[in-house]
Design a binder for this molecule. Structure first.
Ligand code: ZN
Length: 324
């Protein structure tokens, strides 16, 4: 029976799954990448072995795999199959398709992890029914993916739509990309933790500071204090959601998608997060008169979005007749 194999390579773990032709995750697994102790070849070999084990455990042959999709952090070029660059893993100009093809004879397709996760959210997750969507993932960094006409859009060289790196503040907070004042530097979980720590330092007697004593400071800390009506926690959350709303408005003004989907760790704040930035984002968008407005919604697929998106992308590439 034909299936897809979806792979989601991450900085600390690799997730992979068997996906049916109607996009159900039939079986899944994950392996750790060991603190940058491994070479690119070792990681690739471990991945191949793990995928073969998962297939065997579920009574599939590798010949049953109709196509394989692989999402990766950083820059990979689907056309060449070369993994050009990533910050956290030892892949530099690495011929990933060539290596995987020695074992898997099916077509193998590649994309940026945020783009492929966005495809899954758009087509079978929170954006179901929408032809155009943008997904923003608020995690350690800020991932972004754009779906136009139900297809991943990533620019002519497959590296575009990096909304995390549009500047929101001239000479602002330094970003990992080398610019200053990037969107990511204000709305990632890392950014919220930084803002929370700064507020605690300035207000050691606040309820926010008390919250932080009870558990390790995380993206949740300021939101918890806000829910308890702490003025300092409220200030942090209002500032955070102000930047988020401005960024969402920028995204809306650029693409006017039917839905903006918010995922990643911070989206665990749930509908509160949407309620805090929705009105502001829509009001700041270039929408005038009696025209339809985009929806801002929470992602629904969680950490399965990457694996499912990789399989969906492989199916798209097959349907589009891409032969690599
Ligand atoms: Zn940046």
């Amino acid at each position: 029976m034909s299936i897809f194999l979806g792979v989601d390579i991450g900085g600390s773990s690799i997730k992979y799954g068997i996906v049916s032709l109607d996009y159900k995750l039939l079986a899944e697994g994950s392996i750790q990448t060991q603190d940058n102790q491994e070479t690119a070849d070792q990681i690739t070999e471990n991945l191949i072995e793990a995928c073969l084990d998962l297939l065997a455990d579920n009574h599939y042959q590798k010949e049953d795999v109709m196509a394989m999709g692989v999402g990766v952090p950083g820059t990979i070029i689907n056309k060449t199959g070369i993994y050009e660059f990533t910050g956290n893993l030892p892949f530099h100009h690495y011929p990933l398709r060539e290596k995987l093809s020695k074992t898997f004879k099916c077509p193998i397709y590649f994309g940026n992890d945020a783009n492929l996760a966005s495809l899954a959210e758009s087509r079978i997750g929170a954006g179901q029914g929408a032809m155009n969507s943008v997904t923003l993932t608020l995690g350690t960094g800020m991932g972004a993916g754009v779906i136009l006409n139900d297809r991943v859009y990533s620019g002519f060289n497959e590296t575009g739509c990096e909304f995390g790196h549009i500047v929101m503040q001239i000479d602002g907070i330094p970003c990992t990309c080398g610019r200053k004042g990037c969107f990511e530097s204000y709305v990632s979980a890392t950014a919220l933790i930084r803002q929370t720590k700064e507020a605690i330092k300035d207000n050691p007697e606040s309820l926010l500071a008390q919250e932080a004593k009870e558990e390790k400071i995380s993206g949740r800390t300021a939101f918890n204090a806000w829910r308890k009506h702490c003025p300092i926690g409220t200030k942090v959350v209002m500032n955070y959601t102000k930047y988020l709303a401005i960024g969402i408005a920028n995204v809306i003004n650029s693409y006017m998608p039917e839905v903006v989907i918010i995922g990643g760790g911070i989206s665990n704040e749930g509908q509160d997060l949407i309620d805090l930035c929705q009105e502001d984002a829509i009001n700041q968008s270039f929408i005038h008169g009696d025209v339809a407005k985009p929806q801002i919604v929470l992602a629904t697929l969680g950490n399965k979005a990457g694996t499912l998106g990789a399989a969906l992308f492989a199916d798209d590439c097959l349907k589009d007749g891409l032969k690599y």
